[in-house]
Design a protein around this ligand. Sequence first.
Ligand code: NAG
Ligand code: NAG
Ligand code: NAG
Ligand code: NAG
Length: 681
Amino acid sequence: MLLRIQNIMWLLLSICYTVGGKASDSPPGFPAPLTLVNFASELKQGLHLVEFYSPYCSHCNSLAPIWEKTWESFHEEGEKLNITMSQVNCIESGDICAKENIEFYPNLRLYGPNGFIKNFSGKRKAEAFIEFMKTEAADPSNTEVIDSQSVALTGHHFAKLLAGASPTRYLVSFWPSEDISHVDEKIQFKNCRECSTFSKAWGKLSEKLKEFNIATGHLNCQSNELICKELGFANLLEAGNDGANREPRIALLVPNKTTNNFFVYENPLTTDIAVYEEFAKRLYSNNEVPELTEIQIMDIINKNFAPLEEQKLHLVFNYDVKTVFPEDFDILEYLIEPLSKIPNMYLYKSVGDLRKVTHSAFEEMYGLINYNETEAEKSLNEDAFALNTITQTPTFYLFKDGDKIPHVFPGYSTTEMRNLDAIMQWVNEYATPLITQVTESNFEDLLGSTPSRYSNVIIVLTDSSRPKEQIQNIKDLFIGYYDYEHIRQQNMFQLILDERNDKERRVAELKSQKAQAERILNTLRKEIPHTDDKAVILTYVDIAKQKDLLSNIGINSHLEHKAGDVIMIDRKTGFFYELNTFGSTLTSSPYEIKDTLRSLNFPGPSIFKYVKHGKLINSPYNGYFEHLNVVHRHGIWGYIVVGIIMFSLFKLRRAMTAHKIKERYNSQGLLGVYHQKKPLD
Ligand SMILES: *[C@@H]1O[C@H](CO)[C@@H](O)[C@H](O)[C@H]1NC(C)=O
Ligand SMILES: *[C@@H]1O[C@H](CO)[C@@H](O)[C@H](O)[C@H]1NC(C)=O
Ligand SMILES: *[C@@H]1O[C@H](CO)[C@@H](O)[C@H](O)[C@H]1NC(C)=O
Ligand SMILES: *[C@@H]1O[C@H](CO)[C@@H](O)[C@H](O)[C@H]1NC(C)=O
């Protein structure tokens, strides 16, 4: 019924465009338009550039001779390339056009074995058509046949899986639809912009996951309202009149478990199937909490990775078989869900001596930073190490791929080890990979929402077209970073000692004053922080692939930057620094990194004027008017304050001028020295 109405509408629409009949002198062999009988089967074969037309539309009629001429000159070559030019007459085959959602004529689209691929939006000329067809025929992804393995789940079946009867691992997608049985079906989704592209991705993902024994299924939310509502996907039930977008949801089922067995993918929807593959594999691994040995952890610490490789984070539950209680393991179950939201975060357990492993990691770090023979030898401060690794077992350690600095959860009692919030807060503090690639979309987060323990973002410029140098630049950055960490940790240790002495002095004072026991206890309990806010976040930019990134993120520099250069950003002020302490361009040489960071964060008696000469991110004033950055930094308020000052000055000047005029008549006055001619700048 709906189709009929749409047909009539097209007819009306076409009549508006009617100019005359379609030219009928087609070249010999020119194929007849596709119909409902052969449309689907024909399109399964190779690629098709399809023209949807109406014989009553004038643009279609002027296109007809061009289309026919193109066919005549190209169809033989096209056959070899497996691409065909086809037509659909929407007046005769209205049902096809309705299903394909054709809204105007002529409508030119590329189809492949999996259905619609893209619109043709070039010039309607023979050369443009041929160029387009040749390009598309050369793209193998257009003809890749997706054999979706995703099973249509009934509500009943899904409920059984959820209740714990799933014998296999399952990744399930939830759709704003009534009755898709096969996700590749070309159905029209209402109010879902991503659905048709995502259905292809889902099909591919289902093939991929089969290799890892992960089954895939899909559920139509519009026909399983109760379930979808219960799961929190109520927006998928019904297309609202507001046209609100309804994107499909994805969740994972853990087999043979009745509780804590359902994990929703919460990050943004993407067609990059590797993201879901990572999510699924990581969650299944985390559900099993595999055991790690000391040797395996040392391998993690010493991992040499190319920067573009994913870097895993390893949260390790460290326990002693003799003293652990069965309840101690419960926390692992609760951690799976919050950890699922942190990309690349894996959960493990280990009975190894991880304090010893941590000590070895630090020793490796010290091996790296004694690179300069003119400096005194640096070595691990055993007291500081002892203080930083005081913990009880069981406890948690965090190891990052390639990072020589492990972290220990500061848990001194069972209470802390069973406090999910405290553990997650600690995890989130440290959950950044050793080095991150800066993109336009993550830059704000790097500056803003990461924890306050970080004072700087360090960007090293690298060039992936020269992989050897790229790795060297990054290795140098790491060494400079560890060299700085040595200074920072020494400094922190000194602060802790000072605070501790201070505390002891206060307690002694209270005792000598015979203070109440409670007050003394409170003073004793007052926590000494083991972190400062001067840690740094390491990042890189690939200048071969991200040419305009620096200017796009607001780093407007006058220097001709090249691979190996380094830029440091102060997260609090938004200023960036690109000179070293000698006034030349800052590079990834370890000494320069260490030295510049030290003068930014621990300025000693000598102030390094070059380093101090920072510039403001996103400021229009980084040239001659650099001093205006002070205003710009405060945003609208900066300008308002300046406005008020300017206005006041203006008023003052007016008042003074008036005074002067008066003065001329009165002759004397204290303000007689005021020179009106002096320009106001
Ligand atoms: C053309 O494409 C179809 C379907 O993708 C395929 O079966 C066929 O082998 C292809 N032919 C050539 C010549 O590539
Ligand atoms: C193709 O064109 C149609 C209009 O006919 C539009 O609605 C659709 O969004 C376009 N698709 C893509 C992938 O550009
Ligand atoms: C789930 O339990 C069934 C029956 O007990 C068993 O055959 C199956 O291997 C288990 N699946 C997994 C993934 O552990
Ligand atoms: C070694 O340290 C000195 C300062 O003590 C510095 O001037 C020099 O550049 C450093 N050399 C290297 C290779 O880092």
